[in-house]
Design a protein around this ligand. Structure first.
Ligand code: 13P
Ligand code: SF4
Length: 305
């Protein structure tokens, strides 16, 4: 089957088998085209409960499929490519967090959604890049232990100096490759462009650019801006999407190194195989894991709106 035939077959089969296909913004455009919903991590979480279908295929990484299973345990949830993990999500375990809680007993533990379901069982609240400011801003707690991305955490802390933050974890290996020197070079090469980055970038980058926001936040900003040139500092798939969606504007990657192999691994063939039961992986979580990891995710949705 060529690409168009494969897409048509996926569209036909997903209706026949009552499947909702969710795609994260970093997925290939050809996957967006067969998805029922495309969005950032926060948007994908909301879709878990809203989707009317009994089955969900996640085109993204493992923690995203786990979040869907946690929020909609009655659905069968599949990760389209079983190898798609998030290296940042594997940096800290639940045991690490329990030790940190002993060290910081009066801190509220706030975890980025890019964490395992098991780790989420030990934390107070989950945030995503698009919801973090609202959620932590709405919490009365003034001492925050933030895991596992000190760059996103530092960007949040910068905007709420009244709260005290401690960080653990190393952050996203792909976004950490972008440097202040890349920004300096981009300003020289494209003096009229606006520079838009993800808050997973280091502080030396987020402090000197025009906008920092989630994957869909970056795309919305570029679409709505009157400017016609943009340098994009996040996984480089966003540059490709914006070129397709706004052909009248120009987009350049801030660094060719900002590529996440895990986000790029899923293909249309994987989705087809997942529907046919020959590839992908069904996500199973125990009732205890679901009950405990759901609490901080529910708090995210309650405070994030
Ligand atoms: P978003 O919440 O912005 O989609 O980010 C998820 C992610 O993994 C970014 O690296
Ligand atoms: Fe994880 Fe970074 Fe890849 Fe996002 S881009 S999935 S945070 S490694």
């Amino acid at each position: 089957m060529n690409k168009k035939e494969l897409q048509a077959e996926i569209m036909r089969l997903k209706k026949e088998k009552d499947i909702c296909i969710l795609a994260h913004a970093y997925q290939d455009h050809e996957l967006w085209e067969v998805a029922d919903y495309m969005g950032d991590s926060y948007g994908l979480s909301l879709q878990a409960e809203e989707a009317p279908q009994k089955n969900v295929i996640m085109c993204g990484v493992r923690f995203m499929a786990e979040t869907v299973k946690t929020l909609a345990p009655e659905k069968r949830v599949f990760l389209a490519n079983a190898s798609a993990g998030c290296p940042m999500a594997d940096q800290l375990t639940r045991e690490d967090v329990l030790k940190l809680k002993e060290k910081y007993p009066d801190h509220t533990v706030c975890a980025y959604i890019n964490t395992t379901a098991d780790l989420k069982r030990a934390v107070d609240v989950i945030v995503t890049s698009s919801s973090a400011i609202k959620i932590i801003g709405n919490m009365p707690d003034d001492k925050i232990l933030f895991v596992p991305d000190p760059n996103l955490g530092g960007w949040i802390a910068e905007q709420m100096p009244e709260k005290e933050f401690v960080f653990s974890g190393e952050g996203c290996p792909s976004h950490r490759k972008i440097t202040a020197d890349d920004v300096k070079k981009a300003r020289e090469l494209h003096p009229d462009a606006e520079i838009l980055v993800h808050p997973e970038c280091m502080a030396e980058v987020t402090k000197i650019v025009d906008f920092a926001g989630s994957t869909t936040g970056i795309m919305k900003y570029a679409k709505e801006s009157e400017k016609t040139e943009f340098v994009i500092g996040t996984e480089n798939s966003i540059v490709d999407h914006l070129k397709i969606e706004c052909p009248e504007k120009n987009f350049y990657p801030l660094s060719p190194k900002c590529v996440c192999d895990d986000m790029r691994i899923t293909t249309l063939e994987d989705v087809y195989g997942c529907i046919m039961g020959t590839s992908g992986e069904e996500i199973f979580l125990s009732p205890q894991e679901i009950e405990e990891s759901r609490k901080p995710i529910d708090r995210m949705i309650e405070l994030g709106g």
